[in-house]
Design a protein. Structure first.
Length: 89
């Protein structure tokens, strides 16, 4: 099962459960996490359901390609990391 892990920085604002899911796409995997904690959705997705600009997602070490539809595929053993993107200097 794919494993979805959230950055520790998000834990300051909302509970971020680690989720094991059989989802085939990132969107479905995130929906599994939102089912555990619905408040998490607002920190990860914007009002249109797209990935927020300040959030980065890596699937098996590669940056997410589709931040709009979240259609990137998950393998049965994928590791997904959801991070707050940092900016500034």
């Amino acid at each position: 099962m794919a494993r979805i892990v959230f950055t520790p920085q998000l834990r300051r604002f909302v509970e971020t459960p680690e989720v094991q899911t059989s989802a085939a796409s990132l969107r479905d995997g995130l929906e599994a996490a939102f089912a555990v904690n619905p408040r998490l959705r607002g920190y990860v997705l914007d009002e249109q359901g797209h990935l927020r600009a300040n959030v980065a997602v890596f699937i098996d070490g590669r940056r997410l390609r589709d931040g709009r539809d979240l259609s990137d595929a998950l393998a049965a053993d994928s590791a997904v990391h959801v991070l707050q993107a940092l900016s500034g200097g």
